[in-house]
Design a protein around this ligand. Structure first.
Ligand SMILES: Nc1ncnc2c1ncn2[C@@H]1O[C@H](COP(=O)(O)OP(=O)(O)OP(=O)(O)O)[C@@H](O)[C@H]1O
Ligand SMILES: [Mg+2]
Length: 304
């Protein structure tokens, strides 16, 4: 069931004056797929979105979006894509509903779609409030509502839930999963690994402008599960961690035979730990202050 590819990067590099911000980035995004572009601050995430959407020219390599090379895009591309970034301005003095109606007019979308999107984003009850008086989470949802009004084929989200409370973030996640079901392709940048693990079909781990890994979160967690361990809760309420050593396997067999096992879990690393192991860098630290971790620290990082 191969889905149509809507976005393709082929060895894209970007050099700002003195800095190589992206190096040989290659990836694809298909219809109905959520691709996470994960990396710490300064890794090159926004630069990639700007290149793909034609706001910035790459130094070398090729970026194609819906069949057109990014450097040849014109304004009509905005009929087919939606972009949510920090600087997505809304008219602060106008109500939520009026904001969406204006964009619906520009994008030639029927007004009934405004109501639909208001409901989908949980903003219907706030529709009469001026946009400038919304909370941060509500404001973020308004920007998202605006970006999907015209049912774009690709949605670009630059840190969509950064700084939001967990409940609002979950609402946004649910909305993104519903859009994915409709076949929308979603390119999401984040440095929130939990968000990536629960939302993304595949993730690219970006570090200092380079992709260290690109695969499904599950596949990466399995690949980096080098030190296989199992957490066993026994009926006397103790918890033991076992490895695959013959001695531990013997213990586990005994526990099972004696019917002592209450729960048994394998201990794959989290995506956050995978990132540290794959790149040597922590995710939630600015790239500039992010010291590469020694092998010892890195190993510690992946053991729960
Ligand atoms: N216009 C520019 N001129 C020079 N350097 C730039 C420019 N824009 C970005 N950079 C540099 O390129 C690198 C990547 O920046 P980018 O904004 O793509 O990172 P990011 O991953 O989006 O970070 P964040 O998570 O903080 O948004 C950074 O080191 C940044 O300082
Ligand atoms: Mg950015």
């Amino acid at each position: 069931m191969s889905q149509k590819i809507v976005l393709e990067l082929n060895a894209v590099s970007k050099r700002y004056k003195t800095e190589l911000a992206l190096k040989d980035i290659s990836l694809t995004l298909s219809e109905g797929e959520i691709l996470g572009f994960l990396g710490p601050s300064g890794a090159g995430k926004t630069t990639a979105i700007k290149i793909i959407t034609g706001q910035l020219r790459q130094t070398s390599g090729e970026a194609r979006i819906l069949g057109t090379a990014s450097e040849n895009l014109d304004a009509s591309i905005y009929e087919k894509i939606g972009v949510v970034s920090d600087n997505s301005g809304v008219y602060e003095k106008m109500t939520v509903q009026r904001n969406l109606e204006i964009f619906a007019g520009i994008l030639e979308v029927p007004k009934s779609r405004v109501t639909e999107v208001l409901q989908q984003t949980g903003l219907y009850e706030h529709r009469k409030k001026p946009a400038g008086k919304l909370s941060r989470g509500q404001g973020q949802r308004l920007v998202l509502a605006r970006a999907v009004l015209h049912r774009p084929r690709i949605l670009f989200l630059d840190e969509p839930t950064s700084g939001l409370d967990p409940a609002t973030a979950v609402q946004i996640h649910e909305m993104l999963l519903a859009l994915k079901k409709e076949g929308m392709a979603i390119f999401l940048t984040t440095h929130n690994m939990e968000e990536a693990a629960c939302l993304c079909d595949r993730v690219a781990l970006l570090c200092r402008g380079q992709i260290a890994e690109l695969d499904s979160p599950e596949a990466l967690c399995i690949k980096y599960n080098t030190k296989k361990q199992y957490r066993v809760r026994l009926e006397n309420n103790t918890e033991v961690t076992l490895t695959e050593s013959p001695e531990d396997i013997g213990k586990l067999t005994e526990y099972l035979k004696e019917n002592k096992v209450v729960t048994l879990h394998s201990c794959e690393p989290t995506l956050e730990q995978v990132f540290l192991q794959a790149t040597g860098y922590r995710l939630n630290v600015d790239q500039g202050n992010n010291q590469k971790h020694s092998g010892e620290t890195r190993r510690k990082g992946v053991v729960r």
